[in-house]
Design a protein. Structure first.
Lengths: 288, 282
C-alpha cells in the first residue's frame, strides 16, 4: 500500500508526459522557430541569418495592410452573418426540437462530412456565371446583364459564412438548450410579454454560446485562404493567401513568419479580451 | 406550455409582442426549413454532379447523366494513391492522438497536480490557433532542422492538431462519471493498472471511440496544415486542390459523396440508437 501511495504522486505526470511532450515539440517549439524566422533577414538563395530584423513586422503591416484589414473585415462580417443566420435555428431546435433534437443537430454538422475543399467547389458551381443563382438575380435586375457573383467579395464572405456555420450554431444550441424553461414561465407569470421574456431572459442566458460561437467562427475565418482562392479574385485575397504564397511559392520565409505572428497576435488579443469579459471557465466550457 | 401561459395572462394587446408570438410560432419553423435547405444545397450539388457527364474539363454545368464516374472512380491519375495516403495518415494519426489525448484527459480529470492550469492552456491553445499558423510554424521547424518533407511530417502534423480534440472529447465523458466505482475496485485490492483496465477503460470506451472517429474525420479532411508540410506527397484534399486549378474531374465528387455517405451513416446509426434509448428511458 505504501508503494502505491508513493507512485500516486507520479502517475499524473506519467500520463501527461507523452502527449504534452509531443505538443511541446511540435506545437510550442515550432512557434519559437516561427518567431526566430520572423526576425531573420536575407533571401532563399544566399540564406537567412538572425539579425533581430524587427523591420519585417513593420514592412508586413505596411505592404499588406489591405489584406490584414480585409481578413478582419471578411471574418467579422461572416461571423456576424453566421450569428444572425443560425441563432433562430439554434433557438428552434433547442425549444421545439423535442425528440428530433439529435437528428436536427446531425443535419447542422452534415456539411462537415463533405471535404472542405469539395463543398467550397460546390459553391463555385452554385455561384458560377451560368448558374441558376446568377440567372435568377439577373432576371430580377438585382444583378446587371454582365454581373457575376464569382470573383467578388460577396462570394468570398458567403463561402466563409457557410463553411464555419456549424461552429456558430452548435455552441448557440448548447447554451440555449441549457436554459431552464421555468425561468421563462416565471418571467411570463410576472407579466413579461414573450418579447420581453426573450430579450431579458433568453438572450442574456445564451450569451456564453454567442461568445463561444463568435470565437470559433472568427478565428478560423480570419486565417482562411481557401474561400478567397476558390471564390474570389486577387482583389479579394486575405492575409492567409499572402502567407501561403510567401511560404510555399516565393520562399520569403521571414516576411511570411512575421505575418503569421501578426495574425496570431491579433487573434490572441481578441480571445484574451473576450476571456476577460466572460470568464475563462465559461469560454472553455462551452467551447469544449 | 406556452399556450397555457397565454390564456392565463390578462389580455394586454400589444402589437409588438403579438407579432413576436406569431413569428415564434410559425415563421421560425419556416425559416428553419429554409436554413436546412441552404445548409444542404452544396451537398446536393456535390452528389448530383458526381453523376454529371461533362463535355469539357469543367464540371460546372449539368450535361447529362452517367454512371461512368462511379464505375471508373479511380480513372484519374493520382486519385487512388492520394486516397490511400489520406486513409493511412488518418488511421495512424487518430490512433496515436487518441492514445495520447486519453492519457492527458485522465490526468486532468483524475488528479490534482502542479501545472494543471498550464496543461489546460496548452491543450486549449492549438484549438484557438488558426490552422495556417499551425502549418506555418511546423514548416519552419522542419525547414530549420532540414527534415525531409513527406509521410512522416504529414503524420506528425496530423497527430499534433488531433491531440487537443481527443483530450476535449474524452474529458467531457470522464467528468460525468462515478469515481466510486474505481475506489471500490481499489478497496478490493486492485492496483491502479488493473482498475484502469477492468473499470475505467470499459466505462470510457464510447468516448475513446468518439475521439477516434473525430480525429479520423478531422485528419482526412485537413488541407491547410497538410499543404504546408507535405513536400511532394499528395493527400486527397491536396489532390482536390491541385485538380481545382485546372478543373476538378467528377471523380472528386464521387469520392466526396462516398465520404459523406459513410460518415452520415455512422452518425445516423449513433443518433437513432440514442433516440431509441432515450425513448425507452422515458
Amino acid at each position: 500500500m505504501s508503494l502505491f501511495h508513493r507512485h500516486r504522486g507520479l502517475t499524473p505526470y506519467l500520463l501527461l508526459l507523452p502527449g504534452v511532450l509531443f505538443l511541446a515539440i511540435f506545437f510550442v517549439v515550432p512557434l519559437g522557430f516561427l518567431a526566430y524566422q520572423s526576425l531573420q533577414s536575407g533571401n532563399f538563395d544566399i540564406g537567412y541569418s538572425f539579425t533581430w530584423a524587427w523591420s519585417n513586422y513593420g514592412d508586413a503591416l505596411r505592404n499588406y495592410r489591405a489584406q490584414f484589414i480585409r481578413s478582419l473585415e471578411y471574418a467579422g462580417i461572416a461571423t456576424a452573418l453566421a450569428l444572425v443566420i443560425s441563432y433562430p435555428v439554434a433557438y428552434w431546435i433547442a425549444f421545439r426540437g423535442g425528440r428530433w433534437k439529435n437528428l436536427l443537430l446531425l443535419f447542422i454538422v452534415a456539411p462537415f462530412f463533405v471535404t472542405y475543399l469539395i463543398r467550397t467547389l460546390a459553391w463555385e458551381t452554385i455561384l458560377s456565371d451560368n448558374g441558376f443563382v446568377v440567372n435568377t438575380l439577373q432576371s430580377l435586375h438585382i444583378l446587371g446583364p454582365g454581373g457575376r457573383l464569382l470573383a467578388t467579395s460577396t462570394a468570398v464572405v458567403a463561402g466563409i459564412t457557410y463553411n464555419f456555420l456549424p461552429f456558430m450554431a452548435l455552441p448557440l444550441y448548447v447554451s440555449l438548450e441549457q436554459i431552464d424553461g421555468r425561468m421563462l414561465e416565471a418571467a411570463e407569470d410576472l407579466y413579461a410579454s414573450k418579447l420581453h421574456a426573450f430579450l431579458r431572459v433568453t438572450l442574456p442566458l445564451s450569451l456564453p454560446g454567442v461568445v463561444a460561437g463568435t470565437l470559433l467562427t472568427f478565428i478560423p475565418a480570419a486565417g482562411d485562404f481557401i474561400n478567397a482562392q476558390l471564390l474570389g479574385a486577387p482583389d479579394n485575397h486575405m492575409i492567409g493567401n499572402v502567407i501561403q504564397s510567401k511560404f510555399l511559392e516565393l520562399t520569403d520565409y521571414p516576411a511570411a513568419a512575421a505575418m503569421s505572428f501578426i495574425l496570431m497576435a491579433g487573434i490572441l488579443v481578441a480571445v484574451f479580451v473576450y476571456a476577460r469579459a466572460v470568464g475563462t471557465e465559461q469560454l472553455t466550457g462551452t467551447a469544449a | 406550455m406556452s399556450a397555457v401561459a397565454v390564456e392565463r395572462r390578462p389580455a394586454r394587446p400589444n402589437v409588438a409582442s403579438r407579432a413576436f408570438a406569431f413569428v415564434r410560432r410559425n415563421l421560425l419553423t419556416a425559416y428553419s426549413i429554409l436554413f436546412f435547405a441552404y445548409l444542404l444545397l452544396p451537398i446536393a450539388v456535390v452528389i448530383v454532379f458526381s453523376f454529371n457527364h461533362p463535355t469539357g474539363k469543367f464540371n460546372y454545368t449539368w450535361q447529362g447523366f452517367t454512371w461512368d464516374n462511379w464505375r471508373y472512380w479511380d480513372g484519374v491519375p493520382g486519385i487512388r494513391s492520394s486516397i490511400v495516403l489520406s486513409l493511412q495518415i488518418a488511421l495512424l494519426a487518430s490512433l496515436v492522438a487518441t492514445a495520447l489525448g486519453t492519457a492527458i484527459a485522465l490526468a486532468l480529470v483524475r488528479y490534482n497536480f502542479r501545472g494543471r492550469a498550464s496543461t489546460n492552456i496548452l491543450i486549449f491553445l492549438p484549438l484557438s490557433t488558426p490552422e495556417i499558423v499551425l502549418g506555418a510554424s511546423l514548416l519552419t521547424l522542419f525547414l530549420n532542422l532540414n527534415v525531409i518533407f513527406g509521410f512522416w511530417t504529414i503524420l506528425i502534423a496530423h497527430i499534433m492538431f488531433c491531440i487537443s480534440f481527443a483530450v476535449v472529447t474524452v474529458k467531457a465523458r470522464l467528468v460525468g462519471f462515478d469515481r466510486h466505482l474505481e475506489e471500490a475496485a481499489m478497496d478490493l485490492g486492485a492496483n491502479e493498472w488493473t482498475t484502469f483496465q477492468k473499470v475505467t477503460l470499459p466505462l470510457i470506451a464510447p468516448a475513446i471511440l468518439a475521439a477516434l472517429l473525430l480525429c479520423f474525420a478531422i485528419s482526412i479532411d485537413d488541407f491547410v496544415v497538410t499543404y504546408f508540410n507535405s513536400g511532394s506527397k499528395v493527400t486527397f484534399p491536396l489532390f482536390v486542390w491541385g485538380a481545382a486549378r485546372i478543373g476538378a474531374p467528377p471523380q472528386v465528387n464521387v469520392i466526396g459523396t462516398a465520404i459523406f455517405v459513410v460518415a452520415l451513416t455512422a452518425m445516423l446509426v449513433n443518433v437513432l440508437i440514442q433516440m431509441r434509448r432515450s425513448k425507452g428511458a422515458t
